[in-house]
Write a protein that binds this ligand. Structure first.
Ligand SMILES: Cc1cc2nc3c(=O)[nH]c(=O)nc-3n(C[C@H](O)[C@H](O)[C@H](O)COP(=O)(O)OP(=O)(O)OC[C@H]3O[C@@H](n4cnc5c(N)ncnc54)[C@H](O)[C@@H]3O)c2cc1C
Length: 378
């Protein structure tokens, strides 16, 4: 470490780590949790470049979802059934772990159902998906272990007060969480187990040599037996050869709306756009398909092209006739790749990674944390 650190700081805070985890998102924190459950005596440190976690885990929409029919139809066009089913299984098992690790009250988990809404112009797609409901209910049964997951729910169009929607398919097992509360609960849990979290600590380089690893940061040099990279969309800064492409997601939240009619999680435009209720407000996000190239970035920011389209959808379709003010706007960054599967592997002896949730890390993150923790052998 830098010479400016005291003897006490160096001895007690900064050296002698068994494991250093880079990134304090849901995957990094979950990895720490599972390592501590497996080996409570491990000395673990998490290095986070942001003042708060600065990727996706505190920025997301909080959908506890595992797939809408049009998304799955789309995936099945280019991928084998086994691969798609494995992805759904990872999402479902990840959600089960998240709920078990933290408890539903702590993360404000509510199973209000998920709704795939089809625009008037998507009547053909809606009919195609509706025709396949029974097939998908059978397809998902081995992993979700429930009957009748999807059902037509078009009676809800009037109840939700939406305009320009021709059909709705409900997934009754989809839920929603409070993302902030989930991350606080996860952070508190790992800190309570003795894991040290260092913020404003950007990792610049890691020695890949076998044996103890030096981890170079803007605060000084840390040292650990094993290093886990959980930096998701930012992984290429450290390991350029990994197939992870950043994809920014933008979100807005309205002011509280009196007698808000929508309740649940909603997927629109084949899942590229999504909305939900939160604290009597509407959270609305997505729209990457409007500017794929522009959103292929790790930079934070919101853009008029996407925000204006989201607002149009809000005022014309979701709450027609009302004009609630937008009180929050932000962005987060996800990690995508050609393959549906996340990358959880040993890069070199003692250097591991768990990245690329393909925009579904609320669902998969806990499982990825466990998988990478299982690869650690100290
Ligand atoms: C707008 C948006 C909406 C989403 N909605 C949902 C949803 O509803 N449901 C769902 O399942 N998923 C959703 N996701 C995806 C989900 O949030 C992510 O898949 C998940 O949070 C990824 O977790 P992670 O820990 O892998 O990465 P991150 O949360 O991105 O964590 C990586 C961390 O590494 C840190 N870091 C990066 N580089 C360095 C470095 N060099 N040194 C130190 N630290 C570094 C970053 O600051 C960051 O905090 C959404 C994502 C976004 C952006």
């Amino acid at each position: 470490m830098s010479n400016l650190f005291s003897y006490w700081e160096q001895k007690s805070f900064l050296t002698g780590f068994d494991v250093i985890i880079v990134g304090s998102g849901i995957v990094g924190l979950s990895a720490a949790l599972y390592l501590k459950l497996k080996q409570p005596s491990l000395k673990i440190g998490i290095l986070e470049s942001g003042f708060l976690p600065s990727g996706a885990s505190t920025k997301n929409a909080g959908f506890a979802c595992f797939g809408s029919i049009s998304e799955l139809v789309n995936e099945l066009e280019s991928k084998p059934e086994t691969e798609v089913l494995e992805m759904i299984d990872m999402r479902w098992r990840g959600l089960e772990k998240l709920r078990k690790n933290l408890g539903d009250p702590a993360i404000c988990f509510e199973q209000n159902g998920g709704y795939e809404v089809f625009k008037d112009s998507e009547a053909d797609l809606a009919n195609y998906c509706i025709d396949r409901i029974s097939w998908f209910n059978t397809f998902l049964k081995p992993v979700i272990r429930k009957h009748d997951i999807y059902a037509v729910s078009s009676d809800k169009i009037a109840e939700f007060g939406m305009h320009g929607i021709c059909n709705i398919i409900k997934n009754k097992y989809e839920g929603q969480i409070d993302t902030g509360k989930m991350m606080i609960a996860l952070l508190s849990r790992v800190q309570g187990m003795g894991v040290a979290v260092f913020n404003n600590c950007r990792v610049q380089k890691i020695e890949k040599d076998p044996g103890n690893k030096n981890v170079f940061t803007n605060q000084g040099i840390f040292n650990a037996k094993t290093v886990i990279l959980a930096t998701n969309a930012f992984i290429k800064d450290l390991i350029p050869e990994l197939d992870v492409i950043p994809g920014r997601g933008q979100i807005l939240i309205t002011e509280p709306i009196k007698q808000l009619k929508i309740k649940g999680t909603f997927h629109y435009n084949k899942g590229y756009t999504y909305f939900r209720n939160i604290d009597d407000r509407i959270l609305l996000g997505g729209g990457r398909d409007l500017d794929f190239k522009g959103e292929e970035t790790t930079e934070a920011g919101v853009t008029p092209i996407i925000q204006e389209e989201l607002e149009k959808l809000l005022y014309k379709t979701i709450v027609p006739g009302q004009k609630p003010k937008i009180e929050y706007r932000w962005s987060g960054v996800m990690g995508f790749g050609k393959d549906l599967k996340p990358i959880v592997k040993e890069i070199s002896p003692g250097l591991l990674c768990a990245v690329r949730c393909n925009g579904m890390g609320v669902a998969m993150g806990s499982l990825l944390g466990q998988q990478v923790a299982d690869l650690v052998n100290i």
